[in-house]
Design a protein around this ligand. Structure first.
Ligand SMILES: Cc1ncc(COP(=O)(O)O)c(C=O)c1O
Length: 383
């Protein structure tokens, strides 16, 4: 990889792995499927012993992930949930976490149904209110996990204020940066300690890969997370590491188009009589608009909207032609989901209702197709 630190981030992303294979000079870094490696002698190593502990293709990816987020250490996992699970294993029984309530349902499920049994306690809070977060911190609180913008309602948390709070109370500040990616939002630069990604989403970007990532700002924490990754073993296989390296190279371009299309779709949806509200931080009347402008380069490709009735939401999903009714997000293809039933189905109904995740709320991952085609599909589906 070109080491020149004066290169812009997008140039350095494109150069991930280039020339790293010195024997061949390959532009596309090779896949190393070997599970194990010859030792030169007793107590000697080439740097690679066994692929769970280290793999050349994964190393290139992990260095690329660290570069991308501006951290010291990147780690690649077999899914976003594997990354989160490994991170939660850092904590001990009796520890308490404060977590965004506008959160991916799978994160809630693993905390509520698995880590609760292991003694972790969690308070879910509206992290768009720094005061509410502060009030939720207890003696045993060890970390704050923020998803911003939130999922599915796109609330925006004040990262700088929350980092300052974490510093003053000695909490680990963790940010799920899946929705915006480091191209748009760089939590480690703002002082967060760890970034987590479902790399299945924008980092992978093509709906053809399941992967996760953790990136640590500080080497000591990076080493601890590596220990957990190696001990528990949910690593990303080399073939998928290669695919993710390939995908990262177009991340900057893809994000530009996602953002441009999403803003146009959000503006169009706002004028539709059967749409009762639109949630997109790029809209001037979104409560997190100004904050978002201050802490992110753009507003991302995710939006949610509410329609007249649950029946209309179901009809829209049935009538879609170009946009797919499917879970997930962040790929080049536009997708739409019904969060109350799909991504957030594991959140207790009373909490969903309180949060406004009802059955007339649709979430859309705006793809990179021609925006007029996307709008035409929405128009016929809403008619
Ligand atoms: C914000 C966020 N974090 C984490 C995850 C979990 O990632 P994965 O599905 O790759 O396990 C998801 C999945 O949708 C997500 O949307």
């Amino acid at each position: 990889m070109a080491e020149n630190k004066t290169l812009a981030l997008e140039s350095r992303i494109v150069q991930i792995g280039v020339g790293g294979d010195e024997r061949t000079g390959a532009i596309s870094y090779p896949i190393h499927p070997s599970a194990t490696y010859r030792h030169p002698g007793v107590g000697e190593t080439t740097g690679f012993d066994y692929t769970r502990s280290g793999n050349p293709t994964r190393q290139v990816l992990e260095e690329g992930l660290a570069l991308l987020e501006g951290g010291c250490r990147g780690l690649a996992f077999s899914s976003g949930m594997a990354a989160l699970t490994t991170l939660f294993l850092h904590f001990s029984s009796g520890d308490h976490l404060v977590v965004s309530e506008d959160l991916y349902g799978g994160t809630y499920r693993v905390l509520d149904q698995i880590f609760a049994k292991l003694g972790l306690t969690v308070t879910y809070i509206d992290t768009t209110s720094t005061g509410a977060v502060e009030a939720a911190v207890r003696e045993k609180t060890r970390a704050l996990l923020i998803e911003t913008p939130g999922n599915p309602l796109l609330g925006v948390a004040d990262l700088k204020a929350l980092v300052a709070l974490c510093r003053s109370r000695q909490l680990l500040c963790i940010v799920d940066n899946t929705f915006l990616t480091p191209v748009l939002q760089r939590p480690l630069d703002l002082g967060a300690d760890v970034v987590i990604h479902s790399a299945t989403k924008y980092l992978g970007g093509h709906n053809d890969l399941c992967a996760g990532a953790l990136i640590a700002r500080d080497p000591e924490l990076g080493e601890r997370l590596y220990f957990l990754q190696n001990s528990t073993g949910a690593i990303l296989p080399p073939q998928d590491c290669w695919l993710l390296i390939r995908s990262l190279k177009t991340l900057t371009l893809r994000m530009e188009r996602h953002c441009r299309n999403a803003l146009q779709v959000a503006l169009w949806l706002k004028d539709q009589p059967r749409v009762t509200s639109v949630y997109y931080p790029g809209l001037k009347d979104h409560p997190g608009h100004e904050l978002s402008k201050n802490q992110a380069r753009d507003f991302g490709g995710m939006l949610s909207f509410r329609v007249e009735s649950p029946q209309l939401a179901r009809d829209v999903l049935k009538r879609l032609r170009l946009i797919s009714f499917a879970e997930s997000l962040g790929g080049v293809e536009s997708l739409m989901t019904l969060p109350a039933v799909q991504t957030h189905g594991d959140i207790p109904p009373e909490d969903r209702e309180r949060l406004g995740i009802c059955e007339s709320l649709l979430r859309m991952s705006v793809g990179i197709e021609n925006v007029e085609d996307i709008i035409a599909d929405l128009e016929q589906a809403l008619a």
